[in-house]
Design a protein around this ligand. Sequence first.
Ligand SMILES: [Zn+2]
Length: 289
Amino acid sequence: MIPERKLRDEIIRFSHLCYERHMLVAMDGNLSVKLSETEILCTKAGCHKGFLVDEDLVVIDRKGKKLRGAGSPTSEMAMHLACYDERPDISAVIHTHPPISVAFTIAGVSMARCVLPEVVLTLGTVPTVEYATTGTLTLADKIRPYVRDHDAILMDRHGAVCLGKSLLLAWCNLETMEHTALITKTARDLGHVRELPADEAGKLRSMGLKRYGGPPSAVARADNPGADLPHACTGCSGCAHPSPSGIAPKSEMKMARVTQAGLGATMSSREAGRLEDALVSEVLRALVK
Ligand SMILES: [Zn+2]
């Protein structure tokens, strides 16, 4: 078992890192780590993670009751406890509000797609849990089926929950998720997102689960075609055909250019009529292309 002093220092270090790397602001977010099978060390309610000190940590039991420390555990601990219940294999949970990943949920753009080979290999896809009020048992219950199968999830309009066998591994999942969101957003800004072909995504995921592990339920599916990838990925036709509902919805915008309308600087009603005709014919031509 890792000494409590070491875990207290770690949770302080990763809290500071969450703030320094813009994963949260002000009093947002919370981190926790298992001290034993019955005790969980966590950040207390209403503390700034960028300035977190030892006195901001509390120890709770597996039902959320405070055992030691000043201050109260946050209502969002229900979410952490649901993760520990569903995933006996993990020891740390980091909940933050990473801005680009959360923006994906607000825009309704899925991050459960296969775009970067390294991410498919190590993390798989990131699902989004439907909206529920923060800090409620309803939200904690909604995330249960997702954390059973994933090490990183997004909650609609809210934030991320990342799990790991240690705080470092939970942090890596969070960092990978937000970095993927930044790369994907930049690609969208530049034009379009070319997803990995389904067979390559399936092969990579299967290889990654065997090499690096993952949620036990996902590792058990490593040999299945497509491994644990969602249908949206295995049904994706890859690079040349971005999915209409996925990361790179096909633009419906069409361009039309009107030339040689032969119009004067001051338009007569006859010229205005000719402009209208030219516009209509160009728009129709662009639409049927
Ligand atoms: Zn939150």
